[in-house]
Design a protein around this ligand. Structure first.
Ligand code: TYD
Length: 198
């Protein structure tokens, strides 16, 4: 299985990525857990540039995320798929569609096209979109903000709206999860949703 987690910053997807990987391993499955941007040496360097560097124009931003993703697919995701191993990833293409395509206004179709080229069309089997009221997510983040988090609540609201539209557009792949529930309950729900894949 190739599973991804999406949501605004502070929605709890990093925790759920970790918990799903742990559960699958407890069941005896081999799991590669990774994150975006990052997950490879080049990807982590791009992460630093795009999140903690200076000014980045919208298309430079989209291209840098796509470059990190291309490297992750070739180095980590495709080899794991070829070995028959599960892949659990904290963010993937939908992040670019929501943040760059909608919130930055580059257009979902164009950003999708860029990313399909970069990844060779590798898409997740299931995507969990963790939904949390934006104010609550911003509060949960704490103080240490990266360049995209600094855009503030209005930007986060655009991202949130974009994810909701994507969830409707890709209804077969994307499962919407109420992130206000207790962490363990969310983890059990997510594992349950994957039963037909594993
Ligand atoms: P994330 O790793 O979730 O943040 P952290 O772990 O620091 O809380 O994501 C980093 C930021 O990058 C986040 O604000 C979303 C943004 N992002 C995009 O804008 N486009 C993308 O394609 C990806 C993968 C992330």
């Amino acid at each position: 299985m190739f599973i991804t987690f999406e949501g605004v910053d502070g929605s709890g997807k990093t925790t759920q990525t970790r918990l799903l990987a742990e559960r699958l391993r407890e069941e005896g499955r081999e799991v590669v857990a990774t994150r975006e941007p990052g997950g490879t040496e080049l990807g982590e360097r791009i992460r630093d540039l795009v999140l903690h560097g200076g000014d980045v124009t919208p298309w430079a931003e989209a291209s840098l995320f796509a470059a990190a993703r291309a490297q992750l697919v070739d180095e980590v995701i495709r080899p794991a798929q070829e070995r028959g191993v599960d892949v659990v990833c904290d963010r993937y293409i939908d992040s670019s569609l929501a943040y760059q395509g909608v919130a930055r206004g580059l257009g979902v179709d164009r950003v999708l096209e860029l990313n399909l080229l970069a990844t060779g069309g590798v898409l997740p089997d299931k995507t969990f979109f963790l939904v949390l009221p934006v104010e609550e997510a911003v509060r949960r983040r704490g103080g240490d903000e990266d360049r995209l988090e600094e855009e503030g609540a209005e930007f986060a609201r655009r991202v949130d709206g974009a994810y909701r539209e994507l969830a409707a557009a890709f209804a077969k792949r994307v499962v919407t999860v109420d992130a206000k529930q207790p962490t363990e309950e969310i983890a059990s729900f997510i594992r349950g949703e994957l039963r037909d894949l594993s």
